[in-house]
Design a protein around this ligand. Sequence first.
Ligand code: MLT
Length: 249
Amino acid sequence: MRPTLILLHGFPQDHHVWDPNMDALGKVAQTIAPDLRGFGPATDIPGVLSMEAFAEDLKALIDERDLEKVVLCGLSMGGYVALAFLERWPEHVEGLILCNTRSTADTPEGKIAREATAVDALEKGSAVIARAMLPKVLSVHTRTERPEIARSVEHLMARQRPETIAAAARGMAQRPDRTQVLREVRVPVLIITGEHDELMPLATSEAMAKAAPGAQLVVLPQAAHLSNLEATTEFDRIVTTFVQHLPDA
Ligand code: MLT
């Protein structure tokens, strides 16, 4: 049976971050890329958007579509959501792809930085956050050689609501360490990162690959934090191969 692949976007983006991957991945799986609560055109934003709340929304989506098992592919914050989901509903997961993410909680300094991001978003607006994040999410190579990607990513981040950015930053700060979830995982795991990802240094991906039994780690050259956009062809190829080799595929 054709697997279902759910693509979970990062912060502060929406499902459009997966636009370049949809055609290729759609050939191998029924591919769904939802907007996490508060992102995209949403209104009515709560004060905190927790990873657990996003995972509950994901469960509702899976129930609504009557899906028994899915492959979760989470990019950065989407990876936090995938792990929160796996912790609670492992029976619904037949494969896990973690991209440019980590299983650990924020450090105390990281939590302070989250609050600063939340306040900045609310006081200065999303465009300021987007401009500051751009050099952290795209490699120098991508920004200089493919400026159209830089423009579209900046625009994508700038159009998210300041209230959403603040609420998700505060939600990420609250997330616990979920490395144990990875240690206990019983389905195939693929970990993808970019060689220039400074937000999630290679050691964080290596630690996840070590924790998850049998996990495969792939490091994409010339990519930084948005490896699905910066190395689209390679990313799609790796995910396609992974999905095709799942036990029930
Ligand atoms: C993301 O891309 O989702 C963020 O960089 C995640 C984070 O800030 O921890």
